[in-house]
Ligand binder design. Structure first.
Ligand SMILES: C[S@@+](CC[C@H](N)C(=O)[O-])C[C@H]1O[C@@H](n2cnc3c(N)ncnc32)[C@H](O)[C@@H]1O
Length: 259
């Protein structure tokens, strides 16, 4: 009998100790996230708030203030949030005319071509560039591509290079058979393409970006759509400094420089 009451009291005490949730102040989180990544969620406040509340509840975090404090102390939590909130939509052979134009220019260079793909997402874009260079007659020794992305999870996916049918929907059967092995419903990219791309998890606003070598061509497609005008200009200037020849242009996505 007494045991029952004691148990009940203990349960009530434990209940009392659970902090109250207070998910106000999403603006502060959005400001901080933009400051660190460039990604501006200020016109998607409600969507981001709801996503973050789910994230916090899973982690037993009770407010956005607590989340920000924990992110400052715990690098892996910060990386988890970045992986959770970034939009990584991509697929093979997306917007081909720019790649074809680059290949025409690359043929004229007559030396090993260095290409940066920032952001690379899960690798579909840099691997597409590699496939197209090989198809255009480039030998593997004649080019190299570096793919960077702020999301660690997506960089791991790029390194694994295993894709589903959806990512390959623009490839014809001949290209699929030539560059992929199919096992059950998955496509495994062949080594001849994989070894031509090196991936790094880097934020384009990190100082370490300057440690990368200089590039003949840079692709930066479908990232800046998430930046505001000021951040787009900042990002463009950073990438411009990574070009070997300043007169060479960077390939942006069609919507990237709008606004
Ligand atoms: C929509 S994907 C575009 C991928 C590919 N370039 C394409 O066009 O298919 C946008 C990628 O930008 C990355 N990204 C966003 N902000 C970044 C930053 N500050 N530095 C590096 N990558 C970033 C995201 O993680 C995401 O994978």
């Amino acid at each position: 009998m007494f045991g029952f009451f004691r148990k009940k009291e203990k349960q009530q005490e434990e209940k009392k100790q659970i902090p109250q949730e207070n998910f106000s102040g999403i603006e502060e989180f959005i400001f901080h996230f933009k400051d660190k990544t460039g990604i501006d969620f200020s016109n998607k406040k409600d969507i981001i708030k709801n996503k973050l509340i789910l994230f916090c509840r899973k982690k037993e975090i009770y407010s956005f203030t607590e989340l920000l404090q924990k992110m400052a102390q715990d690098f892996s939590l910060k990386q988890e949030i970045i992986d959770y909130l970034t939009v990584n939509e991509t697929y093979f052979f997306r917007e081909l005319p720019q790649i074809e134009e680059m290949i025409k220019k690359a043929k004229k260079l007559g030396y090993k071509v260095e290409i940066l793909c920032a952001p690379s997402s899960s690798g579909d874009e840099p691997y597409s560039i590699a496939i197209m260079l090989l198809e255009a007659g480039f030998l593997p020794k004649d080019f190299h591509i570096i793919g960077i992305d702020i999301s660690k999870g997506i960089i791991e996916k790029a390194k694994n290079a295993i894709y589903n049918e959806r990512s390959l929907y623009r490839l014809n059967q001949e290209i699929k058979d030539k560059y992929f092995y199919k096992r059950e419903n998955k496509y495994f990219l062949k080594e001849i393409v994989k070894e031509k791309v090196t991936f790094r998890c880097v934020n384009i606003f990190d100082e370490t970006l300057g440690n990368l070598r200089k590039f003949d061509f840079i692709f930066s497609r479908n990232m800046m759509i998430y930046f505001d005008k000021e951040t787009k200009i900042k990002a463009k200037n950073i990438l411009q400094k990574l070009l070997k020849r300043p007169q060479e242009s960077i390939y942006f996505g069609h919507a990237d420089m709008v606004g």
